[in-house]
Design a protein. Structure first.
Ligand code: ADP
Ligand code: MG
Length: 582
């Protein structure tokens, strides 16, 4: 045995490459993620010979300047995290700074890029060695071309599958990102043949286009959110479209495609009553606060670990379960298994089976049963009406009727729901402003005509400009006792600018500017009061739709910030009683 030595850089990169770069599809995945991280809204992938011959990814993202192009293929070079602390809350795909260096060590790579209003620059690397560099003329964006993958790692090359299989794997990667990023146009060309070609579109349309599964033509879309901050947006196979075969079953966590067997069991359990017909197709987007998931467990980041997985799986289960709420007749034998109430959220339930991993279908079933039991118990404990822990089981595309220019009436899986439009708008604005304050960036609207207000008492406002700006209000003093308001948080009625300003100013009873921030909930509630959607305003269909969609996405959709209810739900059972049907 030789002495312990630090590996030469090229060898170390090659070993790291073994983890990141397994096959052409993993190269495509890394390059697409970089393009998404760069803010591109057009991504084009061209491959030859299953990607072993060539992989080129074009994007129209931010691009890189000369220094960045030269640095990008260095190991641990990343512009996305600054220190170890950031690892806890990575929002971008990349952060390890490993992909380009790994790929460059096992292939011939050319990176060409141009940042806004700058000249383009390229670098060429063969097996980790810089072979050429220089200026070029190109539009803003980046092109990475990878040729002769694994030309210097024959062992790897031997393990590649057929050209067709590698092409299919590449196409699968492109299709998955196309589904989670409908706002980006994607194209995949393989040996001159167009395999994917998707213009920007809406999520459901993109799914129908990309999946090519019969169930996905008209998926049932369901939102389900929990007070603990997890939310699920699911596209499920309608019960009557469940057929024998292997439908697409895709999970995305914070838009990242993720492999997860357990989610299949959880959804299958929700479809249990029709399990004889086949497996349900689904595309699920779980949104989980970034601190709650660990994406760093796997070098290719295809697996994630949840800090509290029971919350996520329960939210998924509850969402899937809603498929059956309105259509008991489609269930074989007419029996709908009993679960918690309509659209019950996962709530902030006690973590059950906290670090449990499911290995077998049997285990999965007992795991889901324990979910069901907790849901039932919780219902016994808290009752159903108006509890803050409930989410709304509202399905997008349900018809909405506006009554008295004030109330929205819509259909739920288990009954009807009446929404107080102003209370709902307040709730939505409240949550937006509050997260905005906490994140330090509130979406603002500039006032076309600035609003001037008089403030009594001298110097009352001076020194507070910055604090108000944190609340989304841009204002400046002029003269002795005047303040000019120039911008408000988006969604606030500009007509109420003056009143809102004075309201906030009047609420300060301390001489410390920090008082405003400490009372952020109070401030957010005051701002929410001035929402542009009022009781008595006629709404267009789209406005009504947006209002209910945003409400369904709220952490706490059932009451306004002052505690008044936003919605009133009447179960069909109750209506049946009223009409003497029972
Ligand atoms: P990571 O994505 O983990 O940061 P990579 O090796 O994938 O590491 O990329 C290194 C760096 O190169 C990125 O942090 C980014 O700054 C830059 N980069 C890579 N690809 C692109 C691209 N398509 N557009 C703009 N910048 C890019
Ligand atoms: Mg990357």
């Amino acid at each position: 045995m030789g002495k312990v030595k630090v590996l030469p850089k090229a060898a170390a990169n090659k070993i790291a490459a073994g983890e990141v770069v397994e096959r052409p599809a993993s190269v495509v995945k890394e390059l697409i993620e970089n393009s998404i991280d760069a803010g591109a809204d057009e991504i084009r992938v061209i491959i030859k010979a299953g990607g072993v011959g060539e992989i080129s990814v074009y994007d129209n993202g931010r691009g890189m300047n000369k220094e960045a192009v030269l640095l990008a293929p260095e190991r641990f070079a990343t512009s996305k995290i600054e220190s170890e602390k950031d690892l806890d809350s990575v929002k971008s795909f990349g952060f390890r700074g490993e992909a380009l260096s790994s790929i460059s060590s096992v292939a011939k790579v050319r990176i060409a890029s141009a940042a806004k209003n700058e000249k383009g620059f390229f670098v060429e690397i063969d097996g980790g060695e810089v072979k050429g560099k220089g200026e070029i003329i190109m539009d803003q964006g980046t092109v990475v071309k990878v040729r002769d993958l694994f030309y210097n790692v024959p062992a790897r090359r031997k393990f590649l599958k057929s050209k067709r299989a590698e092409t299919r794997a590449v196409a699968e990667v492109v299709r998955r990102y196309a589904v989670s990023y409908p706002e980006i146009s994607f194209e995949l060309i393989s040996d001159g043949k167009k395999l994917v070609s998707a213009d920007k579109s809406e999520p459901a349309d993109r799914i129908a286009e990309i999946l090519n599964d019969p169930w996905a033509e008209e998926p049932v879309e369901i939102f389900h959110s929990t007070p603990s901050g997890a939310a699920v947006r699911g596209f499920f196979a309608p019960a009557e479209k469940v057929k024998p075969g292997r439908p697409t079953q895709w999970l995305f966590v914070n838009k990242r495609p993720v492999e997860d067997k357990r989610v299949r069991y959880v959804v299958a359990e929700a479809y249990e009553a029709i399990s004889k017909r086949g497996k349900p197709g689904f595309v699920l987007f779980a949104e989980v606060p970034h601190e709650e998931v660990d994406v760093n467990v796997h070098p290719r980041k295809s697996e994630v670990k949840f800090k509290d997985s029971s919350v996520v799986y329960r939210a998924i289960f509850m969402a899937a379960k809603q498929i059956f709420k309105s259509k008991p007749d489609v269930v074989d034998g007419g029996q709908v298994p009993k679960v918690g109430g309509a659209g019950r959220a996962a709530a902030d339930s006690k973590p059950i089976a906290h670090s449990h991993t499911v290995q077998t279908p049997e285990e999965a079933i007992s795991f889901t049963q324990s979910l069901l039991e907790t849901a039932d118990r919780e219902e016994e404990l808290h009752g159903k009406a108006g509890s803050e822990e409930e989410a709304i089981g509202w399905q997008k595309d349900s018809k909405i009727l506006q009554a008295g220019n004030s109330y929205l009436i819509t259909e739920l899986p288990e009954g009807i729901m009446i929404v107080d439009q102003h209370a709902a708008a307040e709730r939505i604005l409240y949550e937006k402003v509050l997260t905005g304050i906490q994140k330090g960036e509130i979406p603002m609207q500039a006032l076309v005509v600035p609003v001037d207000v008089e403030v009594s008492g001298e110097d009352l406002f001076k020194g507070w400009e910055e604090q108000f700006e944190k609340l989304g209000i841009k204002a400046e003093s002029f003269g002795d006792d005047m303040v000019r308001i120039r911008a408000l948080p988006a969604g606030v009625d500009p007509k109420e600018a003056g009143e809102l300003f004075l309201d906030l100013l009047g609420g300060i009873d301390s001489a410390e500017p920090s008082a405003l921030e400490e009372n952020e909930k109070d401030a957010a509630a005051k701002i929410a009061c001035k929402s542009a959607i009022k009781f008595g305003d006629p709404l267009t269909g789209k406005e009504a739709d947006d209002l209910l969609s945003s409400l369904a996405e709220c952490g706490n959709p059932l009451s306004c910030p002052h505690g008044r209810p936003t919605t009133y739900q009447i179960p069909y059972k109750k209506l049946e009683q009223l009409f003497g049907r029972t």
